[in-house]
Write a protein that binds this ligand. Structure first.
Ligand SMILES: NC(=O)c1ccc[n+]([C@@H]2O[C@H](COP(=O)([O-])OP(=O)(O)OC[C@H]3O[C@@H](n4cnc5c(N)ncnc54)[C@H](O)[C@@H]3O)[C@@H](O)[C@H]2O)c1
Length: 335
């Protein structure tokens, strides 16, 4: 049995708390927002972010930061923009040698850092792993068979996380390509937003398949340029997560895209979803990172222009379709 503290009682944090509590662990679910915890305590359900899932009585609910003390695993389940500030708040309470498992997906907007880099800067006394892959909170919480990847610079740490979090409905693979795993999980949200936009515009399956396939080509291109392994993008944290996010109605990124594709302006669409839409901020980070790394990412660029520069999606698609002709496998990774 392990002692697990999940930081962030949103949809994903609640789902991981529910799942791990059912497999013999001592689980605490924490939020900096006292009212969020009070609501879950009252209903034994996260009515807003994970409705219909009972929160077992053995999960401790708290907004007291000291709950991370003496935890074997501290799961970070806050939106990417809040990872640094959350680590700063937790730092005084965390034991040296604690294992942080980040499950947020995104890049830091201004620094363009991966979240494991942000955590390493704020919590240098800890071991760091990330968990990523095709996993909707709504399904994990209900015990629907799911596979994910745990990645860390330290193989022993990845295996410890695998041993603790893997069970008969949640299968975990290890992968030592931390850059690839983090980048895949972050960038796919931008493609999911774009996939939602083309769905909302009424385009068909052909368009979405094109977007996903050429989208992953761009993800690999950027990944390889900054040190990732191309094969990671063919796995669960790359193509696996891309498939689930671009095709499911559970995806907030895709749902936000659908609203934009139907003509809603970006700010209103974000407000309407009302929850974490990581692809929005990540599109800006990806666009900037691609420019910095001198990597061509036409779909990411058009997504950025639609989301931040008010470009009409119809014009964006037309521009993508009329780019100069190319060879499909011109990228090194496929050779
Ligand atoms: N929902 C999913 O199925 C899912 C699956 C895999 C990964 N993720 C990733 O997990 C992360 C969290 O997503 P979510 O769906 O749980 O989001 P959410 O909007 O449901 O909840 C986020 C939670 O984070 C906390 N939080 C919000 N703002 C905060 C702040 N400023 N400071 C501290 N804590 C704050 C709150 O407890 C909030 O409930 C995202 O990066 C997302 O991409 C989500």
């Amino acid at each position: 049995m392990s002692k697990i503290t999940v930081v962030g009682s949103g949809g994903w944090g609640t789902a991981i708390a529910v799942m791990t509590s059912k497999h013999g662990n001592e689980v605490t679910l924490f939020s900096v927002f006292e009212e969020e915890i009070e609501q879950i305590k009252k209903d034994r359900e996260n009515k807003k972010l994970l409705p219909g899932v009972a929160i077992p009585e053995n999960i401790m609910l708290t907004s007291d930061l000291s709950c991370v003390q003496s935890a074997d695993f501290i799961v970070l389940a806050v939106p990417s923009f809040a990872v640094r500030s959350t680590c700063k708040k937790l730092a005084p309470y965390i034991d040296k040698g604690a294992i942080i498992v980040n499950i947020a997906k995104g890049l830091e907007e201004d620094s363009l850092k991966r979240l494991s880099q942000v955590i390493e800067e704020e919590l240098p006394q800890c071991h760091i792993a990330i968990m990523s892959g095709p996993s909707h909170a709504e399904e994990v919480a209900r015990g629907i068979p799911t596979t994910n990847v745990v990645s860390s610079k330290d193989k022993d740490i990845a295996e410890k996380v695998q041993d603790c979090f893997m069970n008969d409905t949640f299968r975990l693979y290890t992968n030592d390509d931390l850059i690839g795993a983090e980048l895949g999980g972050s960038l796919k949200n931008v493609i999911a937003l774009a996939a939602g936009i083309v769905d909302g515009m009424g385009f068909g399956d052909n368009t979405k398949a094109a977007l996903m396939t050429r989208g992953i080509t761009e993800m690999v291109r950027l990944g390889v340029a900054i040190g990732a392994k191309s094969e990671t993008f063919a796995g669960l944290t790359g193509f696996g997560d891309l498939i689930v996010t671009c095709t499911s109605i559970h995806s907030r990124n895709r749902r936000c895209g659908i609203l934009i594709g139907k003509g809603m302006n970006v700010a209103d669409a974000l407000k309407e979803i009302g929850m974490t839409v990581e692809g929005y901020r990540t599109s800006k980070a990806a666009y900037t990172l691609a420019k910095k790394a001198n990597v061509e990412m036409p779909i990411m660029q058009k997504a950025y222009e639609v989301l931040y520069e008010n470009k009409n999606p119809k014009i964006a698609i037309a521009e993508l379709m009329t780019r100069t002709k190319k060879h499909e496998t011109e990228d090194l990774w496929i050779k």
